[in-house]
Design a protein around this ligand. Sequence first.
Ligand code: SF4
Length: 745
Amino acid sequence: MTRTAYRTCPLCEATCGLEMTLAGDRVTHVRGDADDVFSRGYLCPKGALFGELEADPDRLTRPRIRNQQGELVDASWDAAYEEVSGRLHAVVEAHGRDAVALYLGNPNVHTLAGQLYVRPLVKALGTRNVFSASSVDQLPKHVSCGLLFGDPLAIPVPDIDRTDLLVILGGNPRVSNGSLWTAPDLPGRLTALQRRGGRLVVIDPRRTRTAAKADAHLAIRPGTDALLLAALVHTLAAEDLVRLPDHLGGNVAGIDDLLAALNPFTPEAVAPRCDVPADVIRQLARDLAAADRACVYGRLGTTTTRFGTTASWLVDVVNVLTGHLDVPGGAMFPLPAHHRPFRRPFRMGRWTSRATGLPEAIGELPVVALTDEMLTPGEGQVRTLVTVAGNPVISTPDSDRLDAAIAGLDLVVSVDPYVTATSRHADVILPPPSALHRAHMDLAFAGLSVRNVAHYSPPVLPLPTDRPDEWEILLTLSAIALGASPPVDVDSADAFVAHQLAEALVADPTAATDEDDAAALLDAVAPRTGPQRLLDLLVRAGPYGDGFGRRDGGMTLEQLEAAPHGIDLGPLTPRVPDVLRTTSRQVELAPAALLADVPRLVAELEVSGCDQDSLVLIGRRHLRTNNSWSHNVPGLAKGQKLCTLQLHPTDAAMRGLRDGDTATIRSRVGSIEVTVELTEDLRPGVASLPHGFGHDLDGIELSVARQEPGVNSNRLSPRDEVDPVSGTAVLNGIHIELSRAPTGA
Ligand code: SF4
């Protein structure tokens, strides 16, 4: 007996609709949901193998506790919570709350538990030592948008379906399927752009799959995007091409200061450094200014560099000055279905890392500071690490040192379904149930979506009675962090969280409710509990919501439950000035924190091109992987060897290396051995290695991934090389030396 179930794919930002065939509790077939209002049947190999991921025998179903012999052994939930409680309370009592660090992995933005119940955990822990994968990825974009628009979550996205000219820097959406940009079937949307006569320009040191199909590919020198963008701005000003859409005209501040600061960046000045000819830069600026509908988009290749925040800022500056911000076909702000809390104007640096002095941003410290926070003695030294869906030993810089530092902690607690490079150090592992047992609604990605849509997926399978849901695990940890001892009354903790949200909604002038009594909102969503109660509150208070009876026919969670293929809320529409949260309620084109970084960029003009023999390392994505996830799925792991060092034949010949040889890569902080793959897709002087590999450390229980473990690129990335504005790690443009490994071919 089979049945069909629909669910949004939780594996990447594209949020495709899945149509799954189940026999009992086993997924036997997956295809794209042809009726999904957004993805319309699109599916990538990861989504197609969702059933294999669900059936993975390495997934933990019971907690693990480290025993006296140092082994991780199965335990009951009661025993696991007791262990956490006793030891966490002891650490906090002896050393204070900052002695506990929290690391949040990227999957948290793909789960309701991560979206709705991590914040209570952060509050309950009361530590300044909160870290996440953001600071090895997109933090510069949050910071630049916070400074420009006042809200770090107000990130404009390319309105791909209506644009005529799209310029992509450091992104490969034909492989990633979008990043900080939610658009299922981006390959199809890019093809459609070109078929309707539009142009795609890709600026990337590597001829990626996206670059190979572009109308133009500029193979820029890694890490110089900010210079090129500054020269685009210079050209726009010098040739009197600056124009603002009418509705932005009165809402833009700082143009004169901006143009004065960027005056040194003539195309001729930046061309030798970027290795992009001055006339090409100039023509690109003219094309952007002349296009009716155009957009510039920068992604990981621009953010994980020494000028990550400045480059992110200048992407949006070019969009503003060419008249393409907040207009159809340009860079636009989505309007999600759920209410997003009113935000005060963005501030950063509210505290700094004790050991490194790096600043806080969006409530967290840069993860490059984590190792030093563990190893530097003194008040506030981190002695306990709690990870939620995170694997920093693989994902963050200088991993060998971090690995050793975690091994020396008093207590490690991992909320994780696997024994990974990080959770193998855990004293307690608390495994959440698999995706099919959980409700799902993408809250983060609705804010990055190229169309306003809403999807809710109920659990496909009932949760086994002896297992807590992930949100219940996080609530239990929150209560323990506040001093409670197990067994925790999860229902009361959940009611408390719901009450806090209802109180915030009645106090929020932007929420769609006239109520001034939180209890009335909670009555309206009764008898729901858990994430569904919070979702119903957020949806009904949202911009399309029923306002708890205020708007006839407005959206409720019940409506979403009745729409398994999603609800289309229409194309993106202009949102300035409502979206702005700056103190001035204007787009601040010249924030002081970013102008202060310009002299550092000016100094880059003096750096000579690149010496003949030097090599820098950049990363790359593959369609079959997503960071360190999915390497344990047999159907995704088989076939092509993914973790290779791509190298231009010229660079290989200089070092006596041939295709298939084993090379030793050395950086300032580490060395690894890896198989060489020759390709002319890279510009000479640049080597490329994917991240997320290195699954062969002792104790890792990923039986499929271990067969082809790859090497961990973060063993090469120094933790003291950062974009100083945001503290984000420099992962693109690491200087390396390369030689034939002693083991040879
Ligand atoms: S593109 Fe992303 S969301 Fe779509 S099926 Fe693949 S992994 Fe899932």
